[in-house]
Design a protein around this ligand. Structure first.
Ligand code: URA
Length: 442
């Protein structure tokens, strides 16, 4: 069959066979189809949808388009966490050393931020000297020695995803559940992990805003992962408000250290602990949820998680001393500008729109509008007041960290508009809505 035949079949609503999908993905990587043909196929997949068998075939083909790391020589059950992304989401930075300090090895391949959401690699690169590029054998050695490593996706990992994602980005075909599943899992399953925990976010700042869409994505991810031999669970977590009080790369590293020193904001710690409990359970560690929580608490309270973070930073070339004395060694913006509540504000903060805060941070230079844009590690938003906190006239709602005045007015406007107020204290709500586990194999 030619590329036109595959495209025509999908365009007309047919089901592609596993071999057709495999051949299509191979042709994408080897240059046997043009960008125009690959993009046409993605649009046909987007519009016609893909059933479970097609999604599994696509995931397998994309996974096998590159290298699959072998961590079988590293003792222990290796567990990773993947988040669908959000605003202020520095959970991986806190969770990985925490879980490693509790005894579960964490090999993590992470991504960069795009649009209003941040990326783990960008945050880590705010630490002077830190490198996200490790060869496969160095990655395995570090996981064995330090219990964790966080690196970027090399060209060798799922190269089909790199090509297809760039085309999806350019052709408005990103928001498609089967394509998202194949994209995420082809990368995660290439890590050589034994189990996977997913943080599927819903709400204003999330990729999937509606809970039902997030649930459908989470269920498909855990089913397909388990069906491909990697047990997985997912938590649906709230991304209506920014997670924690800081958004921006260096600012989020500072907040990570606060969390590891026991001073973390409650929403961020709630999500981190819930995912940590899942990771310990996936590794078969602990008798009960309470026991697992206790182990994580002990790793935090004893300082072992904090110490593990320093060791991990140093192992990847970073300077842990940059994180001491109020993180003096991290990049700082030249202007720190308070954003005030209106003169008639009284009562409580009803909510804070994560998307608006994420966009404000992006406009200041913390994030990318387009893949490949450069970012400024120092800028962003800090000291964010949180839902349910009391507020009075002209109170400071947050601080903007600014290096370039371009966009400053817009960022202030967005931050002001992000806050809503109520007279009665809003009820607190759990950050974790649901836990998903596999229900159908493949
Ligand atoms: N994240 C990914 O890695 N891939 C997608 O398609 C969407 C989000």
């Amino acid at each position: 069959m030619t590329a036109q035949d595959w495209i025509r079949k999908k365009r007309d609503g047919g089901e592609l066979s596993p071999d057709e999908i495999k051949d299509f993905v191979a042709a994408v990587v080897e240059g046997g189809v043009s960008d125009a043909q690959a993009a046409a196929m993605l649009m046909a997949m987007f519009i016609r949808g893909m059933n479970r068998a097609e999604t599994v075939a696509l995931t397998k083909a994309m996974l096998r388009s590159g290298e699959v790391l072998d961590l079988s020589g590293v003792p222990g059950c290796k567990v990773d966490k993947h988040s669908t992304g959000g605003v202020g989401d520095k959970v991986s930075l806190v969770l990985a050393p925490l879980v490693a300090a509790a005894g579960v090895p964490v090999p993590m391949i992470s991504g960069r931020g795009l649009g209003h959401t941040g990326g783990t690699l960008d945050k880590l690169e705010a630490v002077p000297g830190f490198s996200v590029d490790l060869a496969a054998d160095a990655f395995a050695r570090q996981v064995e020695r330090e219990g964790l490593a966080i690196i970027g996706q090399s060209r060798a990992i799922a190269p089909a995803d790199k090509i297809l994602y760039a085309l999806r980005d350019a052709t408005a075909t990103v928001e498609c559940l089967p394509l998202i599943c194949a994209s995420i899992l082809s990368k995660k399953l290439a890590e050589g992990i034994d189990a996977l925990v997913l943080d599927v976010k819903f709400g204003r700042g999330a990729f999937m805003e509606a809970v039902d869409d997030a649930r459908e994505l989470g269920q498909a991810l855990v089913d397909i992962s388990a069906g491909m031999g990697v047990p997985a669970t997912a938590l649906l977590t709230d991304m209506n408000d920014p997670l924690g009080r800081a958004v921006g790369n260096a600012l989020e590293v500072v907040e990570t250290v606060d969390c590891l020193e026991g001073e973390g904001p409650s929403d961020l710690m709630e999500v981190t602990m819930a995912l940590g409990v899942e990771m310990l359970a996936a590794a078969g560690m602990g008798e009960s949820e309470e026991d697992r929580r206790g182990r994580l608490r002990e790793a935090l309270d004893s300082g072992r998680a904090r110490e593990r973070f320093d060791r991990f930073i140093a192992a990847q070339g970073g300077k842990p001393e940059a994180l001491r004395d109020g993180a003096r060694g991290l990049p700082h913006a030249h202007t720190v500008l308070p954003v005030h509540a209106p003169a008639d504000a009284a009562g409580y903060i009803k909510d804070v729109d994560a998307r608006k805060i994420g966009r404000a941070a992006m406009i200041l230079g913390a994030g990318r509008k387009r893949d490949g844009d450069t970012i400024d590690p120092a800028v962003g938003v800090s000291d964010l007041r949180k839902r349910g906190e009391p507020v009075g006239a002209r109170d400071v709602l947050c601080h903007l960290h600014i290096n370039d005045d371009h966009g400053r007015e817009e960022a202030v406007r967005l931050c002001r508009a992000a806050f809503r107020f109520v007279s009665d204290k809003p009820e607190s709500r759990s950050m974790v809505l649901e836990r998903l586990q596999p229900v159908t194999a493949l």
